[in-house]
Design a protein around this ligand. Structure first.
Ligand SMILES: Nc1ncnc2c1ncn2[C@@H]1O[C@H](COP(=O)(O)OP(=O)(O)OP(=O)(O)O)[C@@H](O)[C@H]1O
Length: 273
């Protein structure tokens, strides 16, 4: 389990994330939602320590993630793979090599520098590409692929890290609707098939409701909603997004399921300083 305890982050004295407390069970698919600037990316980046918290502690199955340094931190980053909106592939390299880059943390420095890959790494990379129906693209330059194909390559690379958690920061923000579905299906598949926890920042509430089993809503750096997708009613979404609500959801937001537990609204542990 991932335990986020009293985590805050300030940039030049200004709060981006404030006193976030969350327990995330292994194998869940969590959607982080909220207006632009709510602190979603900063929260995700703190989980794999691309950004260090100003306060608080992040734990994972007894490991104090916030205290990790050096190789232990690199190992954590490998276990906590990140997928970005802009894919972050090396465009001039072929797809297979990009995917094998996910093994960098597992091979010797010499082999990494010379990009010497074992037969097993190649087979694993091809198998990862096959999972997402893009093995036929293995020899192509990454920058010749469509956005949806590139994001599937990035997910295959993340799988090569054999992660416990995948953090996806607006993974479909630059994709058309068809590729959006392909990429979200790929994330759902690795969540269900391998039991990898997925924590995904999403702009679209409809996607968040369709794919996630838990939604965490942020506003001004704080968690203000934490419940099942069914609990996110139209009025709850309006409260979370204000005037932007129309942009992020369809007209038809289903009423809360009868079995839904509570309204999902979270009372902040502390009021803003
Ligand atoms: N490196 C940084 N330096 C200074 N301020 C930052 C930095 N990163 C984020 N912020 C600020 O922190 C706040 C939260 O930003 P963050 O990117 O986490 O929000 P977000 O919810 O992910 O927004 P978006 O959906 O637009 O990506 C914003 O006010 C942002 O300007």
């Amino acid at each position: 389990m991932l335990a986020i305890e009293g985590v805050s982050r300030r940039f030049s004295g200004k709060s981006a994330v404030s006193d976030v407390n969350l327990d995330i069970a292994a194998g869940s698919f969590v959607g982080v939602i909220g207006r632009s600037g709510a602190g979603k990316s900063t929260l995700l980046r703190m989980l794999n320590r691309l950004v260090d918290p100003s306060e608080g502690r992040i734990g994972f199955d007894g490991l104090d993630v916030t205290a990790l340094r050096g190789q232990a931190l690199r190992d954590w980053r490998a276990r906590c793979a990140m997928i970005f909106q802009q894919f972050n592939l090396i465009g001039r390299l072929d797809v297979l090599t990009n995917v094998m880059m996910g093994r960098l943390n597992k091979i010797s420095t010499t082999n990494a520098l010379l990009q010497r890959w074992s037969r097993e790494d190649r087979a694993m990379a091809l198998s990862a590409l096959e999972q997402f129906d893009i093995a036929n693209l293995a020899a192509q330059r990454a920058d010749s692929l469509s956005g949806g194909q590139q994001q599937r390559v990035a997910i295959a690379r993340a799988l090569m890290q054999e992660p416990s958690i995948i953090l996806a920061d607006e993974p479909i923000a630059s994709l058309d609707p068809r590729n959006t579905k392909v990429v979200m299906d790929a994330l759902l598949r690795i969540n269900r098939h391998f039991g990898i926890t997925v924590i995904c920042n999403l702009h679209s509430l409809d996607l968040a409701r369709s794919y996630c089993d838990r939604l965490v809503g942020m506003s001004a750096g704080r968690i203000v909603f934490d419940a099942t997708p069914e609990a996110l009613t139209a009025s709850a979404a309006r409260e979370l997004y204000g005037l932007e609500a129309g942009e992020v959801m369809d007209a038809e937001i289903a009423p809360p399921a009868a079995a839904s537990s509570g309204t999902g609204w979270v009372r902040p542990a502390r009021t803003a300083a």
